[in-house]
Design a protein around this ligand. Sequence first.
Ligand code: NAD
Length: 290
Amino acid sequence: MADESSITMDVRETFEGKTSVITGAASGIGEGIARVAAEAGMKVVLADVAEERLQRVVKDIRSAGGDAIGVVTDVTDRDAIENLADVAEDRYGEITLAVNNAGIESIGFSWEIDPATWDRVIDINLRGVIHGTRSFARRMISRGTEGFIANLSSVGGLGIMPTQTPYIMSKHAILSFSECVYLEMQFAEHPIHVSAVLPSSVRTRIFDEALTDRNSGFTEGQRVRMAQAIEHGLTIEEAGRRILAGIAARQFWVSTEPEATAAFAAQRARYLEELRPPALTQEMRYLLGE
Ligand SMILES: NC(=O)c1ccc[n+]([C@@H]2O[C@H](COP(=O)([O-])OP(=O)(O)OC[C@H]3O[C@@H](n4cnc5c(N)ncnc54)[C@H](O)[C@@H]3O)[C@@H](O)[C@H]2O)c1
C-alpha cells in the first residue's frame, strides 16, 4: 500500500472527503491512483471491464480502511459511462475527480495490425476518454462547484514510435483533445480543471496482451525490449502519488518524471521547429529489438 506520510497536504486539502471515479482501475496506474486517492480520504469508484480483478482491488482498498465501490464498465460504451456516473452519484453524491485512464497497447506494423485491434485501440484509448470527459464535465458544470478531469495520455503523446502507431496516435489525440477542452472551460468560465497526464515508465500489465499477439510482425528481440522498458518503471503506488499530487496542484501537464518529460518535449519542439523528417533514433532501434 502507499505510504500515507507521502500523500501531500495539497492532495488532502483538495480531495479529502470528496468522490473520484477512475476508469481502468483494476490494474496498473488506475489502481495506483485509486489506492492513493482512498488513502487520501476520497470515496473511490473504480471502473473496469475485468470484473474479478476489479473486485479484488476494491476488497483490498476496503480492508485497508478505504471507502470504495467497483462498477463493471466498458469505456467504449457511452451508456455504460452514463451508468457509471449515475451509480457513483447515487452512492456518494457529486463527483469531484474523474480520471479517464483505461487504455491498451498494440505492437506491430500498422499494415499488419488487424482492423479489429485498430478499432479497439481507438475505441478504448480515445473514444473512452471522450465519453468520460463529456459525461463528467456536464455533471460538474451543472453543479457549478470545482471539478477535476484528468485524461491519461503518455510521454508517447509527445513523441513518435514505429510499431506502436495506433497507441501513439491515440495518445497524441488525447493531448489535443484535453488542451482544447481546457481552453473551452476557461472561455466558458467553468471551475473545472483539465489535466493531461503523461506517465513515463510504470510497471503494469499494459504490454501483456499486446505482446501475445504474434501476428503483427514484431520480433522476439522487440518483445523482450518492450517488456524490459517498463520492468524498471515506477511502482503503481508511486505513479499514483505523483499523478494525484499534480492533479491537486491544478497542473495541466501532469508528469511522473517531470525532468525527463521536459527534456523529451524540448527535443520534440526542436524537431518541429526545424520541420525535420521523422528519423529512426538509436533508442527506437534498441526498442525495436536491433
Ligand atoms: N505503464 C506505463 O508505463 C504507461 C506509460 C504511459 C501511459 N500509460 C497509460 O496509463 C493508462 C493505464 O495503463 P496501465 O499501464 O496501468 O495498463 P494496465 O493494462 O495495467 O491497466 C489498464 C486497465 O484498463 C482496463 N481496460 C481495458 N479496456 C477497458 C475498457 N474497454 N473499459 C474499461 N477498462 C478497460 C484493463 O482491464 C486494465 O485493468 C493507459 O491509458 C496507458 O496508455 C501507461
